[in-house]
Design a protein around this ligand. Structure first.
Ligand code: AMP
Length: 295
């Protein structure tokens, strides 16, 4: 718990994190704030919080009167072969971290609260989800779009915060909120990295010490590609060089390395507009994803 300054009155006070498990309790609290004309920022997460997640919370606290973090490991975005059961979970630590930042509310529903018996609706965003992670994890964006839609409708925040670390997800959520007229502004927050460049991720917990030593190569390769294509090289040749470097370093399989239009995520031949270099690859049992701006 921290001493915080009220954004409107300028008065100092302490805020203690409130933890709720039900949609009804979440709605009741947010309704109370809205009736007072106070704004709300939502930060959807799957927990195992690190400084990347906390950057989203800080951004929300800077721009909104109240920050609501959600912690829900969403089963529908994992394929049966993936790491749903093994996904790192540490609720007590998450709560302590959120409380330490003076987050107002943590919404931590269980699976039954989110998916009632007979749940049979899904949200799908076409086009943007065809390539990249959509190709290697075909179930993923349907699960994400559905759960994020639910969280936005449950909380009805003014703003919702997502990391650029999951750039395709950020673009999908932006498109979905726009297409469905969900009255929220989607805010992208820059990727938070370890000092050696590795993007922070809950899945980094899976890396062995040897793999952890190799992992920063991933970011370095993305930066090298960005530099080359930014200087006018053909994307294809820069990508091939990057893939070879990753393979030599022990990344296998490599799901994709791509240079895409930063807005619609279509692959580019040369960088002649704002672009993004994106990649996903496995290092041992850990799947790393990352991206950087190019051009
Ligand atoms: P997750 O818990 O992995 O589903 O992530 C929850 C939110 O935190 C998503 O919007 C992510 O993009 C964001 N996020 C995860 N890692 C980072 C990071 N290193 N920097 C910034 N945002 C991040």
């Amino acid at each position: 718990m921290q001493t915080v300054r009220n954004r409107k009155t300028g008065k100092r006070g302490t805020k203690k994190l409130e933890v709720v498990q039900t949609v009804a309790a979440l709605r009741a609290r947010v309704h109370e704030w809205r009736m007072k004309g106070e704004s709300v920022g939502l930060i959807p997460t799957m927990g195992a919080l690190h400084d990347g997640h906390l950057a989203l919370v800080k951004a929300a606290l800077q721009n909104c009167d109240h920050a609501v973090a959600t912690i829900f490991v969403n089963p529908t975005q994992f394929a049966p072969s993936e790491d749903f059961e093994a996904y790192p979970r540490d609720e007590a630590d998450d709560i302590a971290k959120l409380d330490g930042l003076s987050t107002d509310l943590a919404f931590i529903p269980d699976v039954d609260e989110m998916y009632a018996d007979g749940f049979s609706t899904s949200v799908s965003v076409s086009g943007l989800t065809d390539g990249l992670c959509g190709a290697s994890r075909p179930h993923f964006f349907g699960g994400v779009a559905t759960v994020v839609t639910k969280l936005l409708l449950q909380a009805l925040p003014d703003r919702a915060y997502f990391g650029e670390k999951d750039y395709q997800q950020l673009q999908v959520v932006r498109r979905m909120a726009r297409d469905l007229d969900i009255p929220v502004s989607i805010v992208g927050v820059p990727t938070v990295r370890e000092t050696d460049g590795l993007a922070m991720s809950s899945r980094n917990w899976y890396l062995s010490p040897d793999e952890r030593a190799v992992a920063p190569t991933f970011y370095k390769v993305l930066r090298d590609i960005a530099e080359e294509v930014g200087a006018g090289a053909r994307c294809k040749s820069a990508i091939e060089t990057g893939q070879a470097t990753l393979a030599d370093a022990g990344f296998s399989p490599i799901d994709y390395v791509a240079v895409c239009d930063a807005d619609n995520l279509k692959p580019l031949d040369r960088v002649d507009r704002p672009a993004r270099v994106l990649a996903a690859a496995h290092l041992g049992r850990t799947r790393l994803i990352d991206n950087v701006a190019a051009g």
